[in-house]
Write a protein that binds this ligand. Structure first.
Ligand SMILES: Cc1cc2nc3c(=O)[nH]c(=O)nc-3n(C[C@H](O)[C@H](O)[C@H](O)COP(=O)(O)OP(=O)(O)OC[C@H]3O[C@@H](n4cnc5c(N)ncnc54)[C@H](O)[C@@H]3O)c2cc1C
Ligand code: SF4
Length: 446
């Protein structure tokens, strides 16, 4: 029987979480996921396979605004992008839901407030086993509970960097992390705090990704079913045109239809919009839910830079993603506009630096730099712009028409952070703004 109470499209962060939350209802639930399972194998933790080989990344090509094709850093598999994520799961700030004035414009207010979301954050943090320390992060929104699991401590070099920056008046905090680490009893801990977490899949299944935290647990319920390698090609509406009644799905080359009373579209920002556009029919010639013409518009990617900062002390840290700073989230003494958020990224190895450096840098130099580098990730807000959009070509290829904005604030932020790091002994920096192909920290403003 191909009829279900509920069909969820996509087994990533969104689809996985909703499947797990609804599993106990007893409703007949089908999850459709276009990818398969990422196997636990040697290459999971091999930087050559991850950075040079692009293992696990999708092979399809998308177009940019100039019709140049690029390989998106997207991951089609059970768990979605969270299989390779950095596992830093943070609540949005209370102010993020209100109107915020940025250097280049306004980030409009949401219809809902932080307080509406607070109980759900609390629940999600429990499901994803968040480790953290309430009260450290100066931009932290009001929380109704303490974190269930203690913060993951910094390794010695990072502790030193945190203290040095603290001496300059900044407020270091422990990142809130979704990893299955037993801090009190490392000997029995599933997570071993390795150097290959962000952006690798976990070879020993200790990362709280959407598969481990949600899909595997949802599938323990008899009423929940998952079909893998099941790509939804089109949504069909009923006679009224007001409801989606069925999905046309390609499974291993066969075309199958599944119907349901309710559909949840959780295929990631870009693929969800693409599917709505692709599902155009006589009643909806411009795509489903698109009478406003806004589906696929107001795409926001954030402005991100990776910063590899080198001092004359080696950095033997393995698991580096423990430290963050939100001192400049709403601005600084010299900037009366929001700058952004600072966190660590996965410890650089020469293979990763090779991607961010000029081709001519010899491997030995990259290895030296990787040994001494402390690796930062700086994120600033961008602004909704209806001209920043995804659309489909006549043959269904995804086009990402995107021009960055609010970049000066990001550049100010990067310059300022370098200034702080120089004060504590860092003297050489590789800074790389993250390109369009990194299409994984995004959403549409609606
Ligand atoms: C390297 C990396 C590091 C990251 N680090 C962090 C971090 O530290 N903290 C953080 O908060 N976020 C991080 N992210 C971002 C985070 O992973 C995403 O924001 C999140 O996974 C988005 O959830 P989603 O459910 O919208 O999409 P996804 O998790 O991508 O899930 C969408 C799913 O839908 C499936 N799908 C797509 N189209 C179809 C279709 N037509 N039919 C059927 N299935 C379909 C896909 O295969 C995929 O499994 C990171 C991402 C990457 C890649
Ligand atoms: S740090 Fe822990 S969760 Fe992350 S990949 Fe290593 S073992 Fe897995």
């Amino acid at each position: 029987m191909n009829h279900y109470d509920l069909i969820i499209i996509g087994a990533g962060a969104g689809g996985g979480t909703v499947a797990y939350a609804l599993a106990p209802t007893g409703k007949r639930i089908l999850i459709l996921e276009r990818g398969g399972y990422i196997p636990q194998e040697e290459e999971n933790w091999n930087p050559d396979a991850i950075f040079q080989g692009r293992k696990y990344q999708v092979q399809e090509k998308w177009l940019d605004k100039n019709d140049e094709s690029f390989l998106p850093q997207a991951f089609y598999n059970v768990g979605g992008n969270t299989k390779v994520y950095g596992a830093a799961l943070q609540r949005m700030r209370a102010e993020d839901f209100q109107e915020v004035k940025h250097l280049e414009g306004i980030s409009p207010a949401w219809e809902l407030s932080y307080q509406d979301f607070e109980p759900y954050y609390t629940r999600a943090e429990s499901i994803f086993k968040i480790h953290g320390q309430k009260g450290e992060d100066i931009s932290e929104p009001p929380m109704s509970v303490e974190y269930t699991f203690p913060a993951i401590p910094h390794e010695p070099r990072l502790q030193e960097v945190a203290e040095d920056l603290g001496q300059l008046g900044l407020h270091p905090h422990h990142l809130t992390l979704a990893i299955d680490r037993n801090v009190a009893d490392p000997e029995t801990s599933p997570c071993i705090r390795c150097a290959t977490c962000d952006p690798y899949p976990c070879k020993i299944d200790a990362k709280m990704d959407a598969q481990k935290a949600c899909i595997d647990r949802a599938l323990e319920y008899a009423n929940v079913e998952l079909k893998i390698n099941a790509k939804v090609n089109k949504l069909i509406t009923d006679k009224t045109g007001q409801r989606v009644s069925a999905a046309v799905v390609e499974i291993d080359g066969d075309i199958v239809e599944f119907s349901a009373d309710t559909f949840i579209l959780a295929a990631g920002s870009i693929n969800s919009a693409a599917l709505l556009l692709k599902s155009a029919n006589e009643q909806h010639p411009h795509g489903l839910a698109n009478s406003s013409g806004m589906v696929g518009r107001n795409l926001m990617l954030h402005n991100h830079s990776a910063m590899f900062a080198i001092a004359d002390k080696p950095n033997p840290t393995k698991f580096q993603k423990t430290l963050g700073f939100n001192d400049f989230y709403f601005g600084s003494q010299d900037h009366n506009y929001p700058l952004g958020q600072i966190q660590m990224t996965g410890k650089s190895q020469w293979n990763r630096l090779a991607i961010f450096s000029a081709n001519s840098v010899p491997k030995a130099t990259l290895e030296y730099m990787a040994e001494y580098a402390v690796d930062w990730w700086l994120t600033s807000e961008d602004l909704p712009d209806p001209n920043n959009r995804i659309s489909l070509t006549n043959d269904g290829q995804i086009k990402v028409d995107f021009t960055r904005n609010n970049l000066k604030a990001h550049q100010d932020f990067v310059d300022m952070w370098q200034g702080y790091l120089r004060q504590i002994g860092f003297y050489f920096f590789i800074v790389k703004q993250v390109p369009l192909s990194a299409v994984w920290l995004l959403f549409f403003y609606c």
